[in-house]
Design a protein around this ligand. Structure first.
Ligand SMILES: Cc1cc2nc3c(=O)[nH]c(=O)nc-3n(C[C@H](O)[C@H](O)[C@H](O)COP(=O)(O)O)c2cc1C
Length: 377
């Protein structure tokens, strides 16, 4: 049977689950946990493939990679080995049947017409299951490596607007067209085939600045925010989600809001908390964490020793992987269901050892989410 791929079906990831659950960061070594534990994720291709097949079979809705070009160093060289995300997505889409797989594109590093065609190729391989995460970049070292100068912060999003408009034209225009912009000059552009089903891949962005957020609200189908996890109350999350959705409505757009988090789910609360402390705190790769803090201008010389220690601890425990969901299947399921009740459309989670931990999560947490009324499968 030939699949249809309306924008509504694409955004719903072809299923009726109210709360979409995805996997975040599995294309990068160590995933979302800067830890030295030996079971940390290597992100090898055989492991990525096994993970995607297992997740697809179990009803996980999507996989979201991270476009990272240069590792952070430290004892484990956190994110030292990373797969390019569009080619990674294409391989996983070929090996799966149901889930959406995102490719992440740095607009300033990819020519828009090469990106448009690479994304169309992956979208046809997945019969309409490709998603796109559009990022403008923030990591100076990566841009230096490419010999590309970072634009001033807000101008990055002006460029991204022109870039995305060109990509969308390549996906929809059937006649040759020109782009005559502030940044791009493209002549007599012709691009076939169009995306699968004559629609286009869903597009997400996760800008945290006001400019980044407004770009997402104007252009994207989904907005990922790290700050609407269950860190605060249900009411707090609901307020944040409503605020984003109502801002999008000003642009006449209905946007899905997602968040990210790390999951450590075990038989008992004690066991889950012990493993969290063992893997995320006691065995943290502090030199990689300090390097990441330094890239954000957080150094021992800019804060008092106590403040710096608190930031270091917070970054390891909460910020890299997102809010930690640590506990029994009941506890984790309750917290995830709470996100849905706050209006979130989904969450992309990470595990220390994705392949080792996903079966327990799928066997124990997903059925509870069905019983709690936020998923069908
Ligand atoms: C869920 C999520 C995924 C992201 N993925 C990437 C990525 O793959 N590559 C990247 O360079 N930045 C990524 N980012 C960073 C954002 O795109 C953005 O640059 C950052 O939040 C700073 O926001 P700003 O650009 O509005 O200043 C991600 C952020 C989040 C919350």
């Amino acid at each position: 049977m030939v699949r249809t791929a309306s924008m509504r079906e694409r955004a719903a990831m072809y299923n009726a689950n109210a709360l979409k659950v995805g996997l975040f960061g599995a294309n990068c070594s160590s995933g979302r946990s800067a830890t030295k534990v030996p079971e940390r994720w290597t992100a090898s291709w055989p492991d990525c493939l096994s993970l995607a097949r297992m997740a697809d079979e179990a009803g996980i809705d999507f996989m979201l990679p991270i476009a990272r070009w240069k590792g952070y160093g430290g004892d484990t060289d956190f994110h030292g080995a990373t797969f390019e995300t569009i080619t990674w997505a294409a391989g996983l889409l070929a090996a799966t049947a149901r889930m959406t797989v995102f490719g992440t594109v740095h607009a300033p590093l990819f020519h828009p017409l090469i990106a448009a065609k690479a994304l169309v190729t992956a979208d046809h391989i997945g019969e309409g299951r490709l998603g796109v995460n559009l990022v403008v970049g923030w990591n100076e070292g990566e841009f230096e490596m490419f010999g590309v100068a970072q634009r001033e912060h807000d101008t990055r999003y002006d460029f991204a607007q022109e870039w995305l408009d060109a990509v969308k034209s390549a996906w929809s225009e059937t006649n040759d067209f020109d782009v005559e912009g502030r940044f791009l000059t493209l002549r007599k552009v012709r691009a076939f085939p169009k995306p699968f089903g004559a629609t286009r891949p869903i597009i997400m962005n996760a800008g945290s600045s006001p400019t980044g957020q407004s770009f997402a609200l104007r252009n994207c189908d989904a907005f990922f925010t790290a700050t609407a996890g269950s860190r605060t109350s249900l009411e707090g999350n609901a307020r944040r989600v409503n605020e984003i959705k109502s801002k999008a409505r000003v642009f006449g757009r209905d946007i899905d809001v997602y968040t990210v988090g790390q999951v450590i789910c075990r038989n008992s609360q004690r066991e889950a908390e012990d493993y969290y402390h063992y893997a995320i705190i006691d065995n943290a790769d502090w030199s990689a964490i300090e390097r990441m803090l330094e890239m954000r201008n957080i150094t021992p010389s800019s804060f008092s020793p106590d403040e710096y220690a608190a930031k270091r601890q917070y970054f390891a425990g909460n910020a890299i992987g997102g809010y930690p969901f640590v506990g029994t299947p009941d506890e984790v399921a309750q917290q995830l269901a709470g996100l849905s009740k706050a209006g979130l459309r989904g969450i992309a989670v990470s595990f220390v050892d994705y392949l080792g931990e996903l079966p327990y999560f799928c066997d124990e947490v997903l059925p509870r989410l069905v019983r709690l009324g936020v998923r069908h499968s």
